[in-house]
Design a binder for this molecule. Structure first.
Ligand SMILES: Cc1cc2nc3c(=O)[nH]c(=O)nc-3n(C[C@H](O)[C@H](O)[C@H](O)COP(=O)(O)O)c2cc1C
Length: 204
């Protein structure tokens, strides 16, 4: 069985959550991760060319293939990871979702479990709004939304960091200077594991 993790990340935080989610998926017997990134916009690539930190992160992801419609079609479950952009998913990720009309017409994603995860610069910068709005198109596609239950360690907390019932998350800092905490990564692992386990149960 295959769980697709498709993500977009400019400064590496969502990438780290994606890698943790992959560990969670791979911890389930008979399930493997297919890790895919979202292709960057040409215009944004030009800006990244002039930014040393973003160029390094782009280079780090060089060997991760771009997500294709076949990747989405062939997956038994999918996790979508996007940084927040004004409280919503990044346009790069939305473009992938908006390319699924052919799959929607045939109901090819219907019944598949889906999880979402995100990163914001600030504590109240829109983790929940991003995650909730990412779910809307997935519901149109007939996917079964998988969140993170409060029985997962680290979910009940009051510090300014990630970890929501809507999906894993982290706080990147205004200049991307923070790294995901151990608990943020553990919650991403738990979400990956949960999507994989549910996909397995749904397949019977
Ligand atoms: C156009 C734009 C809009 C953004 N909007 C928000 C926002 O609404 N709230 C917030 O906390 N961070 C916002 N950010 C910061 C990003 O969410 C942050 O850089 C990201 O979480 C880092 O993830 P990454 O390292 O995976 O790229 C924005 C960044 C850009 C470029």
């Amino acid at each position: 069985m295959k769980i697709l993790i498709v993500y977009y990340s400019m400064y590496g935080h969502v990438l780290q959550l994606a890698q943790a989610a992959a560990e969670g998926v791979n911890s389930v017997d008979g399930v493997e991760t297919v890790l895919r990134r979202v292709e960057e916009f040409v215009m944004v690539n030009r800006v990244i060319d002039g930014n040393e930190f973003a160029s390094q992160i782009r280079e780090k992801q060089r060997d991760i293939p771009f997500c294709s419609l076949d990747d989405l079609r062939e997956a038994d479950g999918i996790l979508f990871g996007s940084p927040t952009r004004y409280g919503n998913m990044a346009a790069q990720m939305k473009q992938v979702i908006d390319s699924t009309a052919g799959l929607w017409l045939k109901g090819e994603l219907e019944g598949k479990p889906a999880g979402v995860f995100t990163s914001t610069a600030s504590t109240h910068g829109g983790q929940e709004t991003t995650l909730l709005t990412m779910m809307a198109p997935l519901l149109h596609l007939g996917m079964i939304i998988v969140g993170v239950p409060y029985s997962v360690p680290g979910m009940l907390h009051t510090e300014g960091r990630g970890g929501t019932p809507y999906g894993a998350s982290t706080v990147a800092g205004a200049r991307g200077e923070l790294i995901p905490t151990g608990e943020d990564l553990e919650i991403a692992r738990a979400q990956g594991r949960r999507v994989a386990e549910i996909a397995k149960k749904l397949r019977g």
